[in-house]
Design a protein around this ligand. Structure first.
Ligand code: GLN
Length: 449
């Protein structure tokens, strides 16, 4: 089959199924077909491969909305580095997927521009913030997709939708052209149906980029070449308290089962303690909003994006623009961040959070002296019903308890499907690795398939 035929099959499926799932915000079938017709074969594993892109990653071909009224009509004049690399490799971008506004959320319900349903049960959320990308892959509307993960936004929706999702090491993939949420935590990564897909995408998008000063100057391994080589003498760290209070039985059972599977595959299971992991959520919800409040100050109605219609002063223009352009959750984060950064509170909140972040990082460093990878849950429970948590931000924040640590520590982590609840909702297991441990992570995940 040619890239055109494959692309056309996906476009047809998008046309018939996307209205129900709502994974894509934009997909211009004519432009996509033209692109598929133009590509010349490359020796990249992504050659001719269709891919869905989270709509907070800039590309020239379409708008980049971040699912916000603020950027509803924004068109990026440049391509993100990941987009450039995918295009050079011969990939075909199918469209842009829904997300929580500016990637703030865990259910995609914070999108101002569309509703995404969990393909396994349309009354349930797909997770978030990369819910559109996860739903697209789960519903067969794309073989692979890109998301961004600041506190779990790739891994959590991957778990809720029963697909593979990976957050690479901080700096492994260039953030150039990813609309910034919390710059010290943001990282782009792949969604796929199997581990092969994640490896193929990562191999294509990873690598040093002069346009991102935090990008790591390290060679990119050919992950696909070693993928099918099972790991010998794998030491897997298991954190007992991760399966403690507040974690649903379905999650406990499925994670315990995956640990058993690894044991049968020859892995040694080693008990590990991460004494500061109980501070992850609190630390994250100081640092992420602080960085967000600073990053989002650029949406002032002057340079780009939405601008209010009627105003009598510059101050009023700013105020009205931001009042109209941002949704509830984004405003909440900006206010939290401004508070934590303001003089008088900076030391007590932001600086303290930075110190705790270092302790959390050190916990992981120590753990990886003893083991190759860690294994545990992705989320405390499976996907929840639409509307169930929207009015309870604190409860929603708790859903990130197991994913945030990897972002604070800058380490890679992935979610792999590991079964279903009695009600047929997918469940995921999380594997976490040391800095630049993607190859080991992918091989370990592959062994499990
Ligand atoms: N749910 C988390 C938040 O709302 C994580 C978001 C993300 O990773 N982009 O901040």
């Amino acid at each position: 089959t040619s890239p055109q035929e494959v692309t056309e099959a996906y476009l047809n499926r998008i046309e018939s199924i996307n209205p129900k799932v709502g994974a894509y915000l934009q997909s211009d079938s004519i432009a996509v077909k033209n692109r598929a017709g133009e590509i010349s074969a490359t020796d990249s594993p992504m050659s001719g491969m269709p891919i869905a892109i989270k709509d907070n990653i800039c590309n020239i071909g379409s708008g980049t909305t971040c699912a916000s009224r603020m950027l509803e009509n924004f068109r990026s004049p440049y391509d993100a580095t990941v987009i450039r690399k995918l295009n050079e490799a011969g990939a075909v971008i199918l469209g842009k997927t829904n997300l929580d506004e500016f990637a703030m959320g865990s259910s995609t319900e914070n999108s101002a521009l569309g509703k995404t349903n969990n393909p396994w049960n349309l009354e349930y959320v797909p997770g978030g913030s990369s819910g559109g990308s996860a739903a697209a892959v789960a519903a067969g509307l794309a073989p692979v997709a890109l998301g961004s993960d600041t506190g779990g936004s790739i891994r959590q929706p991957a778990a809720f939708c029963g697909v593979v999702g990976m957050k690479p090491t901080y700096g492994r993939v260039s953030r150039y052209g990813l609309v910034a949420f919390a710059s010290s935590l943001d990282q782009i990564g792949p969604f796929s149906r199997d581990v092969y897909g994640a490896a193929a995408v990562l191999q294509t998008i990873a690598g040093h980029d002069e346009l991102d000063s935090t990008s790591l100057n390290e060679p990119v391994p050919k992950y696909l070449e070693t993928l099918d080589r099972p790991l010998e003498n794998l030491r897997l760290g298991f954190v007992e308290e991760w399966l403690g209070e507040g974690v649903e039985d379905s999650v406990k059972e499925s994670v315990t089962k995956s640990v058993d599977t690894y044991r049968k595959l020859g892995a040694e299971i080693v008990p590990i303690e991460l004494p500061h992991s109980k501070y992850c959520v609190a630390t994250y919800y100081i640092i992420a909003p602080s960085e967000a409040s600073s990053n989002l100050s650029r949406y002032d109605g002057v340079q780009y994006g939405h601008r209010a219609q009627d105003y009598s002063s510059l101050q009023e223009m700013y105020e009205k623009t931001r009042t109209e352009g941002f949704g509830e959750e984004v405003k909440r984060r900006i206010m939290l961040g401004c508070y934590a950064l303001s003089s008088g509170y900076y030391d007590a909140y932001y600086l303290k959070a930075l110190k705790v972040r270092r302790l959390i990082q050190q916990d992981y460093l120590k753990a990886f002296e003893k083991v190759d990878l860690l294994i545990g849950p992705v989320t405390p429970g499976p996907a929840f019903k639409r509307g169930e948590l929207v009015d309870d931000p604190l409860q929603m924040y708790m859903a990130d308890i197991f994913t945030i640590g990897a972002n604070l520590a800058g380490i890679p982590a992935m979610s792999i499907p590991c079964g279903f609840t009695e009600d047929g909702l997918p469940l995921g297991t999380q594997l976490l690795g040391p800095v630049l441990g993607e190859e080991t992570l992918l091989r370990a995940a592959r062994m499990y398939e």
